[in-house]
Ligand binder design. Structure first.
Ligand SMILES: C[S@@+](CC[C@H](N)C(=O)[O-])C[C@H]1O[C@@H](n2cnc3c(N)ncnc32)[C@H](O)[C@@H]1O
Length: 249
């Protein structure tokens, strides 16, 4: 078999944040597969076929990519940010689990800079101590589980990064999450709304939880909530590495 499959992260938007390893895989590829806006970031060239597909068809997309690799194509499946963070790598492995014949293929995961790390770097160092990442989309898990995880993370005094915070189809959910956070963390806790990081539309705002509103986030925003020790220093926000865990409630 001469085909291969790379599952690659394109980073948050700026092409300078694409790793050389990912650029090399794209330069060698015969086929690029992915969600429409991510494939649109790949420059067309002779010998390269682009396969954009709609959202919410991750498993079909993974199967199509694996089928092409098994036929001898050199395939890159692209995700934004990192492919292992709420993205295509897990979908490819799910397809592999269901079709063991594909497990002999040459498959590699190529990391990228995930949105929360790009956002944290712009803000300062809000993830400098222990933190977690939670996807607020209820497409693949129940809303009650999301709320339980937010309560648990806030209760353990993790800084938190929220992906997919708010969409048109679930505009209420993020307001509810902000309410839970205000109860758990109090009104002074710092929240960073980082939109379209590393693109020309980038906008980064830091507010106290008291002043945070659902409208401050959309699907191009990653939201970072600090822990109890997170604070401002000049125009930056950081979480000291020496922060002690909050006393249990
Ligand atoms: C399906 S997830 C994909 C995450 C991606 N794999 C990553 O590692 O960043 C999409 C969410 O990532 C976040 N996101 C992706 N790119 C972003 C950017 N440039 N600025 C802010 N948030 C971003 C948003 O929360 C968005 O709703």
């Amino acid at each position: 078999m001469t085909g291969w499959l790379c599952i690659a992260g394109l980073g948050p938007g700026d092409e300078h944040l694409i790793t050389p390893e990912v650029s090399a895989a794209l330069a060698a590829a015969t086929d690029v597969v992915g969600y429409i806006p991510y494939v649109a970031r790949i420059a067309p060239r002779d010998g390269l076929t682009l396969h954009p597909s709609d959202n919410r068809v991750e498993l079909d997309r993974a199967r199509a990519a694996l089928t092409m690799a098994a036929e001898g194509h050199k395939v890159v499946v692209v995700s934004s940010g990192d492919p292992g963070v709420f993205a295509m790598a897990a979908a490819v492995f799910e397809a592999l689990e269901r079709q063991p014949a594909w497990q002999a293929l040459d498959i590699r995961v190529l990391p990228g800079i995930t949105a929360m790390l790009a956002a944290a770097a712009k803000a300062g160092a809000p993830l400098g101590h222990d933190f977690c990442a939670i996807n607020l989309s209820d497409n693949l898990k129940p809303a009650a589980l999301i709320e339980a995880r937010v309560r648990a993370a806030a209760g353990a005094d993790f800084a938190m990064a929220f992906y997919n915070p708010r969409s048109a189809s679930r505009s209420e959910t993020f307001g509810r999450i902000l309410e839970v956070l205000r109860q758990q963390c109090g009104p002074e806790r710092l929240v960073i709304f980082a939109r379209a990081v590393s693109t020309p539309e980038e906008a980064i705002h830091t507010v106290a939880l008291r002043d945070a509103t659902p409208e401050m986030a959309d699907m191009r925003t990653v939201v970072i909530v600090g822990n109890a020790a997170t604070r401002r220093v000049g125009r930056f926000v950081y979480t000291p590495r020496s922060a002690l865990p909050a006393a249990p409630p």
